[in-house]
Design a protein around this ligand. Structure first.
Ligand code: HEM
Length: 290
């Protein structure tokens, strides 16, 4: 960023950073942005402007595909894209953590409590977005919800500067996805996403060496392996789908794992064994005569 600021100083273009440099240079010296202020602004815009929306695009797709009915509703009526984007933002935005810290410069009465000046408060926007007093059936996703006064972009004079851009990006991406990929499938555990339980756990590290040594690989040759998934035990964590997507998949409606290949091909045996070993519900059993 430092190199970029220096390059823009030397040869300003028509971009935002150049505009900040040029317009700041026209101000009296005491009001000009220093190099480190320009750096912080550039970094802030990069993080606030790119990472937030890029992540939200992925989360939007996951939330809408977590329940096939949502995707089909949008395919049937693409004019719902705007309200659907707002609902996704309300339902589970990437607001992480407890909320935004705010320092009270004056006494405030909130919910019958008097908060003295000088108090630091945490504003839980995710909780506010599920407030039943404001949103009917707040824990349900309703792609037609309108009005939708969610607080995902904050409120007041310091509310998100890029919210118009973020909304436009999300709407454009969703419109294009619906047009170009009417029937996408997720390879991610759906149930966790559908319940707003955060991102799925990462696939475990495989370590440096092969999981199947040459000796037991040879022993496996020609030995059919039958797999069984106990649906009653399956917790929908979806680790197996990440490890052996050729063999396991999750049902659209509830995330329970179903088998694509009841007798998987030899090249997948090691992955199936690993999936069975890491299944948090011990729902996968193997019958490979070993
Ligand atoms: C889904 C995407 C986004 C979300 C969920 C989001 C969320 C937020 C939130 C919660 C705040 C704090 C608001 C407050 O203090 O009341 C904020 C501030 C800000 N956002 Fe975003 N944002 C997103 C996208 C963007 C984009 C695309 C840009 C720029 C291109 C951007 C630039 C900013 C800036 C500069 C601030 C600080 C505003 C100020 O303090 O005056 N954001 N954003």
């Amino acid at each position: 960023m430092s190199d970029l600021v220096a390059a823009k100083r030397a040869a300003p273009g028509e971009d935002l950073l150049s505009m900040l440099i040029v317009e700041s240079a026209a101000l009296p010296e005491s009001e000009r942005l220093t190099h480190s202020e320009l750096l912080a602004t550039g970094m802030g815009l990069l993080v606030a402007g790119h990472e937030t929306t890029a992540n939200m695009i992925g989360k939007m797709a996951a939330l809408l595909l977590a329940d096939r009915g949502r995707w089909e509703q949008l395919l049937a009526d693409p004019s719902l894209v705007r309200t659907a984007v707002e609902e996704v933002l309300r339902f589970d935005a990437n607001l992480g953590g407890f909320g935004m810290r705010r320092f009270l410069s004056a006494e405030v009465e909130l919910g019958g409590e008097l908060l003295p000046s000088g108090t630091t408060v945490l504003c839980g926007m995710s909780a506010a977005n599920r407030d039943e007093r404001v949103f009917t059936a707040a824990d349900e996703m309703d792609l037609t919800r309108s009005p939708n006064p969610h607080l995902t972009f904050g409120a007041g004079p310091h509310s998100c500067l890029g919210q118009a851009l973020a909304r436009t990006e999300l709407q454009v991406v969703l419109e294009v996805l619906l047009r170009k990929l009417p029937a996408p499938r997720t390879r991610r555990p759906r149930r966790r996403v559908a319940q707003g339980r955060g991102p799925p756990r990462r696939r475990p590290e495989r370590g440096p060496g092969p999981l199947v040594t040459p000796t037991n690989q040879a022993a496996e040759e020609g030995v059919p392996m039958k797999v069984h998934v106990d649906e009653a035990k399956c917790c929908g964590a979806g680790q197996c789908v990440l490890i052996a997507p050729e063999v396991f998949d999750q049902r659209d409606e509830d995330g329970i794992v179903a088998l694509l290949e009841p007798t998987p091909d030899l090249p997948h045996h090691a992955a199936v064994r690993e999936a069975a070993a890491v299944c948090p519900a011990s729902a996968i059993t193997l019958d490979d005569n070993r």
